[in-house]
Each structure stands twice: as C-alpha cells, then as structure tokens.
Write a protein that binds this ligand. Structure first.
Ligand SMILES: CC1(C)Nc2nc(N)[nH]c(=O)c2N=C1O
Length: 164
C-alpha cells in the first residue's frame, strides 16, 4: 500500500454545481472503495483563482489515503470522480466542476505523458500546500520539509471554511 495525496478543486459557479458537495461526494466515494484506506480529508478552503484569474473563486481541499492501485489506475479512478461531478470544463485552466489531481504517490517520481508526480505546480500553490500542511505538518518530499515552506502557512487569498 502506498501513501497518496490528492488535490481537489472546483469553481463556485451556478452552472457547475456546488464545489463543496462535489468535493465531499468524491471523498466519500473514494473512502468506500476497497482500494483505499486511512482516508483523511483536509478542511475546505475558498480560494482566489490562481493563474487564469478571470473566473469565479474556487473551493479546494487535499485528501490523504493509502492505496493499492498502481499510478495509472489511480489516475483513471480520479478521472472517474471528475466525471461523476459532471466534469464540465469550459476552457483549459478555466471553470470546472471538479478537478482531482494526484499530488504525491509515495516517494515516487513519475514523468509520463498522462501523469507527472509530484504535481508540477504544487509548490507554487498555497491552495494545495496549506491543506496539505493541515493534514501532515511533518511531510517531507524530495528532502524538502513542508514545515519549512513558508507558502504552506500563507493564507493569502484563502478562507478556511467551517467544517459544517
Ligand atoms: C486555473 C488554476 C491554475 N487555478 C486554480 N486556482 C485555485 N485557487 N484553485 C484551483 O484549484 C485552481 N486550479 C487551476 O487549474
């Protein structure tokens, strides 16, 4: 079994449905699946759009789990979770109902057409690092200790949503 971390995110936009419910539904579906155990979900955070900024705010979270799925099988599962949320993507890097990205897969480095792990942009994104730090403050990735990464404590553009 391998320790994995997934990044979940969706835009707050009427025609896309409620990203909080999409994230919670995806986490529940994954937790009930036999190929996952020790599933933990971070708090949900509303976050200002990063990169392509002319779009609605996002809701983001990170999910930690152990899986016995191989990397590409895990990718297929993540894509099925996106489909279940009615994977609407209006434009590349634009509004979407739900993204489920593989952030980390054990200590493995994967560099293939379909999959790059660790996720290429995670170290520049506080909407990934803040919930990741919430889940595992002692995490070390490629000799980098998350607790030493200032962005993991930078709440700029983030609002931690109440766990209701
Ligand atoms: C468009 C881009 C880069 N920006 C984002 N910005 C935020 N805040 N959250 C995301 O999940 C997110 N995803 C993206 O793909």
């Amino acid at each position: 079994w391998v320790q994995i971390y997934l990044g979940l995110g969706g835009n707050i936009a009427n025609e896309l449905g409620d990203p909080k419910s999409h994230i919670l539904a995806a986490a529940n579906a994954l937790a009930q699946h036999e190929n996952f155990r020790q599933v933990r979900l971070s708090s949900l955070y509303s976050s200002k759009p990063f990169g392509v900024t002319d779009q609605p705010d996002f809701v983001n979270a990170v999910l930690a789990a152990q899986t016995n799925l191989a990397p590409l099988a895990l990718l297929d599962f993540c894509q099925s979770l996106e489909q279940n949320a009615g994977r609407v993507r209006l434009r590349h890097w634009g509004e979407r109902s739900l993204d489920v990205d593989i952030l980390l897969y054990g200590n493995q480095t994967i560099d293939s057409e379909r999959l790059v792990v660790p996720h290429a942009f995670m170290w520049q994104r506080n909407f990934v690092l803040v919930p990741l730090f919430e889940l595992d403050e002692h995490l070390i990735v490629d000799d980098l200790a998350l607790k030493d990464v200032s962005l993991a404590k930078d709440m700029t553009g983030l609002i931690k949503l109440p766990n209701t």
